[in-house]
Design a protein around this ligand. Structure first.
Ligand SMILES: C[C@](O)(CO)[C@H](O)COP(=O)(O)OP(=O)(O)OC[C@H]1O[C@@H](n2ccc(N)nc2=O)[C@H](O)[C@@H]1O
Ligand SMILES: Nc1ncnc2c1ncn2[C@@H]1O[C@H](COP(=O)(O)OP(=O)(O)OP(=O)(O)O)[C@@H](O)[C@H]1O
Length: 319
């Protein structure tokens, strides 16, 4: 008989991370490192990827990644080969921080459209950091997790923090708003993804061609915070803004019609999410969002309803 202790069922840690939209996005002229200074208001919305980490990996591939995708997600656009997914990179950087190589099998259950301007890859990276930290009991500090997240991508720290938050720097410096009126406000969004994605670097490069006169020091105006604190959707609709919108529309003129369709369907206002091509539409409340979504479904194959703000990457129990 073996003298080894009986091993219980393999542990699995599942972490859920939300998509983000930029309620306000101001973009400056590129810095010396090529990144653009930003001032943005992020909001995490109720459209999620789940990332599950289990003990695993093979001799040559420490982290194996597999994917299950919702019907509206282009699964073929998600790289899974060793070293190619943001989740691989998250494991590498977290392992390096602790001076060890992390081994794991990671499954991504994806509902956030790929290359949609919704920070889906960032959500997976943030979720993987938290899942691997818990699986390997690494007890990484919040400061270290945020620093590793910033190395992974500009949107990744926000995917950890969630809620409604300000982003500055290249977007990686995130401060959650604490005003209870902002924290407790609930907004209803109708989300219209596009069948084909837009690459973020391409959108920023096009911004430089179209907007050589961009602001040196972008800011979020006080009126945006006042609108968020008012909890009044009409006030927020009036201040929604995205400096990348004109750029995304120039690259993808079909989005002009999508924005018009949403407003004709009764939404208060539509906006391109981040670098696009997803368009999001602010509605009065849950019933209004369902009504607008119902009308949009007559013209668009995929129309989702999501509320925000929601929590950043957080552990969930799978039943
Ligand atoms: C459009 C936004 O989603 C708005 O929140 C983000 O700015 C994009 O964030 P992200 O996808 O996490 O971007 P990263 O992975 O850090 O960078 C991808 C590429 O986007 C461009 N990039 C990104 C962020 C930034 N502030 N300036 C940039 O110019 C750079 O070309 C960079 O090589
Ligand atoms: N886990 C992942 N999920 C999705 N894409 C990934 C992932 N890992 C790497 N990628 C690569 O990253 C690219 C951008 O994917 P992502 O879905 O994050 O775009 P996005 O939502 O437009 O990003 P952002 O809004 O942060 O600019 C994909 O086209 C794909 O090649």
């Amino acid at each position: 008989m073996s003298s080894r202790r009986a091993v219980g069922p393999a542990q699995a840690v599942t972490v859920r991370a939300p998509a983000k939209i930029n309620v306000y996005l101001s973009v400056g002229t590129p810095r010396a490192d090529g990144f653009h200074p930003l001032a943005t208001v992020y909001q995490a919305i109720g459209l999620y990827d789940d990332v599950t980490a289990r003990p695993g990996g093979s001799g040559t591939v420490p982290v194996r990644v597999k994917l299950a995708a919702a019907d509206h997600v282009d699964a073929d656009a998600v790289p899974l080969a060793p070293g190619t997914n943001l989740v691989h990179r998250a494991a590498e950087l977290l392992g390096a921080h602790h001076g060890r190589r992390l081994r794991s099998d990671i499954s991504i259950s994806k509902a956030i459209p790929v290359a949609g301007g919704l920070a889906g890859g960032s959500a997976d990276a943030a979720a993987a950091l938290v899942a691997l930290d818990r699986l390997h009991d690494l007890q990484t500090t919040d400061e270290a997790l945020l620093a590793i997240a910033a190395e992974l991508g500009s949107d990744v720290p926000f995917s950890l923090v969630g809620g409604t938050a300000q982003g500055v720097g290249r977007g990686e410096q995130v401060t959650a708003y604490v005003d209870p009126a902002i924290v407790e406000a609930a907004w209803w969004w109708v989300v219209v993804p596009s069948a084909t994605g837009l690459a973020t670097p391409q959108v920023y490069a096009h911004f430089d061609r179209m907007r050589p006169d961009a602001h040196e020091a972008p800011v979020v105006p006080d009126r945006v915070l006042a609108a968020l604190a008012s909890q009044d959707p009409t006030s927020l609709a009036a201040v929604l803004h995205n400096d990348l919108q004109a750029v995304a529309l120039d690259l993808r003129p079909d989005l002009v019609d999508v924005l018009a369709d949403g407003e004709e369907a009764g939404a208060l206002r539509g906006i391109v999410s981040g670098s696009g091509p997803t368009c999001v539409f602010l509605c009065e409340d849950a019933d209004h969002a369902r009504e607008v979504a119902g009308r949009l479904q007559e013209q668009h194959p995929v129309v989702l309803v999501a509320t925000g703000p929601v929590a950043g990457a957080h552990r969930v129990e799978y039943v």
